[in-house]
Write a protein that binds this ligand. Structure first.
Ligand SMILES: [Zn+2]
Length: 509
């Protein structure tokens, strides 16, 4: 993510949804008989059914099985009180012969579903699963085209992984997406998992005077009787990384540096906020990272700053999303979200439980930016503070017995590659993940670690990654001993020592 959590996380005001209404019958589509979600797998079909989950180890129902999305074309018309009338056209390739498949969609009213070439399509909207029964069989490997028409008022959706509801958020006269990990389905019917990325064309119609900001390229912009219509095209994006904000915005900066365009869009009410000027540093950060991580993976960067108090930022692809709160964190969060464009956006996760690869690398990245822009002392202090918190040294310093301190940190901070489902974005994922790369740098040197990271982006940009594949790369580029070092940092229950820094966990005595 994108998301840099701070201890004083402010919770978004949000309401839960899940009260999906059955759609009315139409000439082309007939809802199937009403069933509960427990029974949903049982209605008889010929051929095979796409599973309601993509096979995520932590979250069984996220995403959907049986197909690979190629492209989404979303057309949203924004009405009064944030109501939406929308059409989604989805091209997808079945990976097995499919008689039915699911899309993730939460809390909106599906009016019609059509699939080209299938005359007896039926559908059912169960809570967060839109089940589409083809009335026939789609052949593995042959692209099919589905159209979903839906209306309603989007709302954020509860998530197991995070202490607030991701998805569609309402700030101060602004609506925006903050979707990690599975909130894109609050606005779009999608395969809501990072391992299934697709190209997206997003058309948004807003009332005159209201802007819609997204990512990628604007390919059309016009005013009509219906309002302002803008079309955005994004390549190869995971649903949770689709940016969108709607409200009164001003483009305060649109510099182009080294062929990358840096648009900074700010909610009108925040234009005078001093933190906005800090975003001018972005090209400098990108140039610094390019030397260490390889070429910046997109032709746009920038910032979308929304007037809301959610205490988080998100690495939405090509234009990270910041709130009035997180924008105040300055260069740390800006560097962090920009690093995610390499780690998380360009290289996507195959499984959510490998999130340390995104967050650990982005934390390491913002630490080395502090070293570059401030001082080595600042970098060392960040590293030591993180180590003292995660190891229990801080507790011992506050008078806790060492054995008790060790118990507490074992409980609070599981190994980075073993996060708990109820707390995916544990600080261990960020900071012990980041310390992993500090330890590797301490042991192997700058040249080695940045060669590893450039090899990583060269091989996996545009692809998905697993911890196992990353470990194999470490061994291939740096050798068996560095691989063992990384394994001890991300897999062992207890945090390793950092001998070059004179840091080791409290002795239980
Ligand atoms: Zn992050």
């Amino acid at each position: 993510m994108k998301r840099l959590l701070v201890p004083t996380l402010l919770l978004a005001a949000c309401t839960s949804t899940g009260n999906a209404l059955d759609p009315p019958p139409s000439t082309s589509t007939v809802p199937v008989e009403e069933t509960s979600s427990e029974e949903a797998g049982e209605f008889a079909v010929e051929g095979s059914r796409g599973a309601p989950g993509i096979g995520d180890r932590l979250y069984a129902t996220l995403g959907n099985g049986g197909y690979d999305v190629q492209q989404y074309r979303f057309d949203l018309e924004i009405g009064s009180e944030w109501s939406v009338a929308a059409t989604a056209e989805i091209s997808l390739v079945p990976v097995v012969d499919l008689a039915s498949f699911n899309l993730d969609l939460a809390g909106l009213d599906v009016d019609e579903v059509e699939v080209a070439g299938f005359d007896d399509v039926r559908f059912e909207h169960l809570d967060r699963e839109l089940v589409i029964d083809l009335g026939g069989t789609a052949v593995a490997g042959e692209t099919i085209f589905a159209t979903v028409r839906y209306t309603g008022t989007p709302e954020s959706v509860p998530a197991d992984a995070v202490p607030f509801s991701p998805g569609w958020q309402l700030g101060d006269e602004v609506g925006y997406l903050f979707s990690q990990p599975d909130g894109a389905q609050s606005l779009f019917p999608v395969n809501d998992h990072p391992s299934d990325r697709a190209d997206v064309t997003l058309t948004v119609t807003t009332p005159i005077g209201i802007e819609a900001i997204s990512g990628g390229q604007v390919t059309s912009e016009m005013s009509t009787g219906a309002g302002e219509v803008v079309v955005w095209e994004m390549d190869d994006v995971a649903p949770y990384l689709i940016p969108l904000a709607i409200g009164e915005f001003t483009l305060v900066s649109d510099r182009v540096v080294d062929d990358v365009r840096y648009d900074v869009w700010v909610s009108d009410d925040l234009i005078e906020m001093p933190a906005v000027e800090v975003f001018e540093v972005q090209p400098e950060i990108v140039a610094f990272f390019e030397e260490r991580f390889g070429p910046y993976p997109f032709d746009r960067a920038g910032a979308l700053i929304v007037d809301d108090l959610l205490g988080a930022a998100l690495e939405t692809q090509t234009i990270p999303t910041y709130t009035a709160t997180s924008a105040q964190w300055g260069e740390i969060v800006i560097a962090h979200e920009l690093a995610h464009q390499w780690f998380g956006d360009s290289i996507a996760l195959e499984q959510w439980d490998d999130i340390w690869l995104n967050e650990g690398l982005s934390t390491f990245a913002h630490w080395i930016w502090l070293e570059e822009s401030r001082s080595t002392e600042r970098y060392d202090a960040e590293v030591e503070n993180a180590y003292r918190m995660l190891s229990g040294l801080e507790l011992v310093g506050n008078g806790v017995e060492p054995a008790e301190a060790i118990d507490r940190v074992r409980d609070a901070f599981p190994p980075p590659d073993d996060p708990r489902a109820a707390n995916l974005f544990n600080r261990s994922v960020y900071e012990r993940g980041g310390l992993t790369f500090v330890a590797l740098r301490d042991a192997a040197g700058d040249e080695a670690i940045f060669e590893l990271l450039r090899s990583y982006t060269a091989r996996y940009s545009g692809d998905t990654i697993t911890t196992e594949a990353f470990l194999e790369l470490v061994e291939e580029v740096l050798g068996a001993e560095p691989r063992r070092l990384v394994e001890s940092w991300v897999l062992d229950v207890d945090i390793p020592a950092m001998p070059e820094r004179g840091l080791s966990p409290p002795a239980a005595g």
